[in-house]
Ligand binder design. Structure first.
Ligand SMILES: [Zn+2]
Length: 353
């Protein structure tokens, strides 16, 4: 059971009330399918309230989709952020100096505990922590561009230098100083196969992984150590680019990713990853073939390990490497996902005649 979700109402009447009242505390936990239109919505959808006799209720977007409903174009119930999360993210960007308290949120009609819960579930941190991290991220950008510590402090909305130093050091592990490395931005993207973590700067993509893959935390810590740069919530043009490409990829309309990549690994790993990227969409190779491709036919185990640790799922297509006997082999993101990816690619490679 998901401890972060509110208790489900017992009757359809009670469920209908949630939609009638646009009760956002159920956003992400309750969906309504509307038989007269064939679409399904989340609570808080701006579209007109459907008649109760046309409503069926579902605990997940998947369940509504399996029941044959299409996602509503106005409230995007199948993915993306909840209405409240969108509202709060906009708030942080538009009013960076805002101090997040129960009172300041209440003034804007936002329930602080709902905000906290939804942010914990989406970002793994409370909204107050998210807002603080964004403010410190702006400060880090200022310092990286050669701005003064005072400029950075004011950008971050801190009145006192000591408060700023303490908060900054807590996130970045060092005192604020001119010319510090540019932070990396971390964000999350919904895909038909689950949520993915994206880490990027303005120039390249550093990490793309399913959030629930094996050893996710280890991958993340390794990247942080290698880069020596702070990682903060936020998105860049590169995040937007990979999000667009992923959408097209899952629609079967994109065969090659164009987003610029930043990889870090040993020479052997880089060689393996380069070879992986030459396996065309819709095809597979065995681990032994991959080892031969880099001229080290005996290094099958090492190749498999480099394969699993590339940090850029889908783009460096480790899912295209399977066992010699045609079996699936392994996949850090789970075998079902590997099967789904290969099925998707086989289908999208076929040409219509
Ligand atoms: Zn809707």
């Amino acid at each position: 059971m998901d401890l972060l979700s509110p208790p489900q109402p017992a009757t359809d009447d009670a469920r209908y009330e949630i939609f009638r009242e646009k009760d956002l505390s159920y956003d992400g936990h309750l969906f309504v399918g509307v038989s007269s239109t064939g679409i399904f919505c989340r609570p808080g959808c701006p579209a007109r309230l459907p008649k109760p006799e046309n409503c069926s209720f579902y605990p997940t977007a998947d369940a509504a989709l399996s029941a044959g409903y299409r996602a509503c174009k106005r409230c995007h119930p199948a993915g993306g952020d909840t209405v409240l999360i969108k509202q709060l993210i906009t708030l942080v960007e538009d009013e960076p100096e805002l101090k997040v308290t129960q009172a300041t949120l209440a003034k804007r009609g936002i329930d602080a505990s709902t905000a906290r819960r939804q942010f914990l579930s989406r970002f793994g941190m409370s909204f107050a922590d998210y807002a603080r991290a964004r403010r410190l991220g702006r400060a880090a950008q200022t310092l990286a561009k050669g701005g003064s510590v005072l400029d950075a402090q004011l950008d971050a909305g801190f009145d006192s230098p000591s408060g700023f130093r303490t908060a900054y050091a807590k996130i970045f592990g060092t005192a604020p100083a001119k010319g510090q490395p540019t932070p990396l931005s971390i964000d999350w993207i919904e895909t038909p196969l689950g949520r993915m973590i994206v880490i990027a700067d303005d120039v390249a993509l550093y990490l793309l992984e399913f959030t629930n893959r094996k050893n996710m935390r280890r991958q993340f810590e390794r990247l942080r150590k290698v880069q020596g740069r702070p990682v903060l919530p936020g998105r860049t043009d590169i995040t937007a680019q990979i999000e667009r490409e992923l959408t097209d990829y899952f629609k079967g309309e994109l065969l090659d990713f164009k987003t610029p990549l930043a990889t870090s690994g040993t020479d052997f790993q880089r060689e393996t990853w380069a070879a992986l990227q030459t396996i065309p969409h819709g095809q597979t190779r065995s681990y032994a073939q991959l080892a031969e491709m880099i001229g080290k036919p005996a290094a099958i185990r090492a190749v498999a390990s480099a394969n699993a640790n590339n940090g850029l799922a889908l783009i460096i297509p480790c899912h295209r490497v399977i066992a010699k006997d045609g079996g699936l082999g392994g996949y850090a993101g789970g075998l079902k996902r590997k099967r789904d990816l290969l099925d998707l690619e086989t289908k999208s490679t076929k040409t219509d005649y």
